[in-house]
Every structure is written in structure tokens, then in C-alpha cells.
Design a protein around this ligand. Structure first.
Ligand code: BT5
Length: 252
């Protein structure tokens, strides 16, 4: 598992055939002081989604976790999830699959609301912060690349399934990392993230119901505000839902 990728990626890449979780390996590297490195595995045996959900990650996917040490306040961390989603959509589109973002962290193909939409990728961002500054941040991206849909949970799809043939995973990962760097590689570029996210999102303008730990919010999703809150017009005022509070988002 050397640092080697054979492409002009803007980050060093540590490749593994199999890992429990690329996010866990990335956190370990972060704890040792690493930054600007991506961990990639062909399969994961214990990978995680949000809220301790299981993430199914057989051989053939792009399971990638990027460690960065951005000079930004901890409150800006959700912007990195949005940037990772934009980068993932752009890599999917380059691979010939017309994907879009469902707030807060899903990349889907097809109808967006969760009924007809098929989940192609998900993002799990984790970080450690000091009072005024992120000390490290791990952006974990899971993309079902060359995987049979039958081996995935119901409602999931893969690039190969959608494209009709295998995709070049190295090229996909390199594009993803390049796009991520272009948006989030420097603090002064980060004002590009939200406009790019809005252009690729299918959530805005829809009637949605968001389940949170403190109840549900129903209304029209009108915007996403920095650093990542969904603004919902309930017909009786606006409510802001933070990505971290969202358990599920469905069409209402
Ligand atoms: C996510 O969670 O969508 C974030 C997934 C992040 C996975 C990456 S892979 C690299 C890195 N290393 C890790 O250990 N994790 C990250 P969430 O929104 O909670 O969605 C999880 C739900 O998606 C599950 O409860 C299943 O219903 C569904 N699911 C599980 N595996 C899936 C897959 N491969 N494709 C599509 N849906 C899946």
C-alpha cells in the first residue's frame, strides 16, 4: 500500500486492496499530522455512513477519504461536504453518468426526491476542530463504480449499471480530487462552492420533508446557505436545517 497513483492528482494517494474503512485509516493519518493525502481502497469491510449507518462497499467501488488541514473555522466544515458532492457529480458526468446532488450528502441518478432516484454515491465528512480553526478534516466519498446493483442495497445503483460498461476508476478519482482542489484547496476559493453546488442540486424548488432528531420540517426547499444549511419555506415562515441534524429527506 504505497503512496502511488500514477496520475497527476493534486494529493498524494495511499492505495489499499482492502480496509475496514478508508475514513478510519484517514483519521489515523490525520492524527499523525498528515494532510493533503487521499486513502483509496478497492473494498471496505466495515465502512460507515452517517449516523452510524452501514455503508456497503464491495470490490469495484471508489472508496476514497481525503485528509485536509484547511485554515478555516470549524463552522465552515460543512462546505467541504458540499465541495465533495460537487466534485463527485463532475467526475460522474465526465464518466458519462448524469448525476445530481440531493441535500445534504447524496449523489443520485434519476428522479431526485428519493422515490425514483437511485443512490450512486454518499459522503461522510468528519473533523476535529480547535476553537477557531479546523485541525483536520476527512472527506469520505463512496462511489458505486464497477459494481453489480444486485450486491447493493435496494435503491442503489452504480456507474457501470448506469453507463452500461466499466468506468476507469483511477481517472474518476483523479477528476474528483482535481475538482475538489479547485473548489476547496484554498480558503479564498471557497466562495465558489455554494454556487457550484446549487447548479448541480436537485433538491431546491421541491416540496420536501426533512426528519431531524427534534421532529420533522415540511415545506419547499428554497436554498442552501453557507456553510450548508437547507432553508425550508414552511408556508408559515422559513426554517433552517443543518446537515448534521438531517436524518432523512424525502419528497413531500
Ligand atoms: C452516506 O451515508 O451516504 C455516506 C457514505 C460514505 C461512505 C464513504 S466510503 C469511503 C469512506 N469510508 C467510510 O467508512 N465511509 C466513507 P448515509 O446518508 O447515512 O447513507 C447510508 C445509507 O445508504 C444506508 O443506510 C443504506 O440505506 C444506503 N447504502 C449503504 N451502502 C450503500 C451503497 N453502496 N450505495 C448506495 N446506498 C447505500
Amino acid at each position: 500500500a504505497g503512496i502511488e497513483f500514477g496520475l497527476d492528482a493534486p494529493y498524494a494517494v495511499e492505495h489499499h486492496d482492502s480496509l475496514p474503512s478508508t475514513n478510519d485509516r484517514a483519521r489515523e493519518l490525520a492524527g499523525e499530522g498528515a494532510g493533503g493525502v487521499a486513502v483509496v481502497a478497492d473494498e471496505q469491510t466495515g465502512s460507515r455512513g452517517r449516523l452510524d449507518r452501514e455503508w456497503v462497499a464491495p470490490s469495484g467501488g471508489v472508496w476514497l477519504s481525503l485528509v485536509v488541514r484547511p485554515d478555516v473555522p470549524p463552522a465552515h466544515a460543512p462546505l467541504f461536504t458540499l465541495a465533495a458532492a460537487v466534485a463527485t457529480v463532475d467526475a460522474c458526468r465526465e464518466a458519462g453518468v448524469d448525476a445530481h446532488i440531493k441535500w445534504p450528502n447524496d449523489v443520485l441518478v434519476g428522479d431526485s426526491g428519493g422515490r425514483g432516484g437511485r443512490k450512486l454515491a454518499g459522503i461522510l465528512t468528519e473533523m476535529e476542530g480547535e476553537a477557531d480553526r479546523v485541525s483536520w478534516l476527512v472527506a469520505g466519498v463512496g462511489v458505486n463504480a464497477n459494481i453489480d446493483a444486485e450486491t447493493l442495497p435496494a435503491g442503489a445503483t452504480s456507474l457501470r449499471e448506469e453507463f452500461g460498461g466499466p468506468v476507469d476508476r483511477r481517472r474518476f478519482a483523479a477528476t474528483l480530487l482535481e475538482r475538489f482542489a479547485a473548489l476547496a484547496g484554498e480558503p479564498d476559493r471557497m466562495d465558489r462552492i455554494l454556487p457550484a453546488w446549487r447548479e448541480r442540486a436537485s433538491t431546491l424548488g421541491r416540496r420536501v420533508r426533512v426528519e431531524t432528531s427534534s421532529g420533522s420540517v415540511t415545506g419547499t426547499a428554497v436554498d442552501v446557505e453557507s456553510p450548508g444549511a437547507l432553508v425550508v419555506d414552511t408556508g408559515d415562515g422559513t426554517r433552517r436545517v443543518h446537515a448534521g441534524d438531517c436524518e432523512h429527506l424525502r419528497d413531500a
